[in-house]
Design a binder for this molecule. Structure first.
Ligand code: GTP
Ligand code: MG
Length: 136
C-alpha cells in the first residue's frame, strides 16, 4: 500500500494534540506502521525543507521546527498521501476548513511562521525521500 510521512510539529506536541491527531489518522482507516519522537536537528530540517530554502519564512520555519520534539508517523493505505492532506486541511490554519486537523485545532498566533500542527508528504517522491530522512 502507499505510504506517507506525517509529522506532529512541535506546536502539536507541546499542546498535547499527538493523541488526537493519531486518533484521526486511525479513525480514517489508515494504518500507523512507524512512530518515533525526536528533536529534529537543523541538518535534518534543512534536508526536509530544502524546497523552501531562501523563502522569507524559511529561517523562522527551521527555528520553529527545532524548538521542541516532533512526532514522526509512517502511515499506510490506498491514496494515503492525498487522504492525509485532506484530513490536515490547507496550510493556513485560520483559513483551513472546520472538520480538518488545522481547521479544528489550529489558528494564527501572530508569529513569523505559520504553526499549523502537522506536515504531510505531498507526492510519492516526497514521501519516499522524507520517510528515508525521518526513519533512517
Ligand atoms: P507541510 O505539510 O508542513 O509541508 O505544509 P504545506 O505543504 O501545507 O506547506 P508548505 O510545504 O508550502 O510549507 C511548509 C511550512 O512552511 C508550512 O506548513 C508552514 O508552517 C510554513 N509556511 C508555508 N507557507 C508559508 C507562508 O506563506 N507564510 C508563513 N508565515 N509560513 C508559511
Ligand atoms: Mg509541504
Amino acid at each position: 500500500a502507499e505510504q506517507t510521512l506525517i509529522l506532529v510539529k512541535p506546536d502539536g506536541v507541546a499542546r498535547g494534540l499527538t493523541g488526537e491527531i493519531l486518533r484521526r489518522i486511525e479513525a480514517k482507516g489508515y494504518a500507523v506502521t512507524g512512530l518515533r519522537m525526536l528533536s529534529a536537528d537543523r541538518e535534518l530540517l534543512a534536508a526536509h525543507y530544502a524546497e523552501h530554502a531562501g523563502k522569507p519564512f524559511y529561517e523562522p520555519l527551521i527555528d520553529f521546527m527545532s524548538s521542541g520534539p516532533t512526532v514522526a508517523i509512517r502511515a499506510e493505505g490506498d491514496r494515503v498521501i492525498e487522504g492525509f492532506r485532506s484530513l490536515a486541511g490547507t496550510t493556513d490554519p485560520t483559513a483551513a476548513a472546520p472538520g480538518t486537523i488545522r481547521g479544528d485545532l489550529g489558528r494564527d498566533w501572530g508569529l513569523k511562521v505559520q504553526q499549523n500542527l502537522v506536515h504531510g508528504s505531498d507526492s510519492p517522491e516526497s514521501a519516499a525521500r522524507e520517510l528515508a530522512l525521518w526513519f533512517a
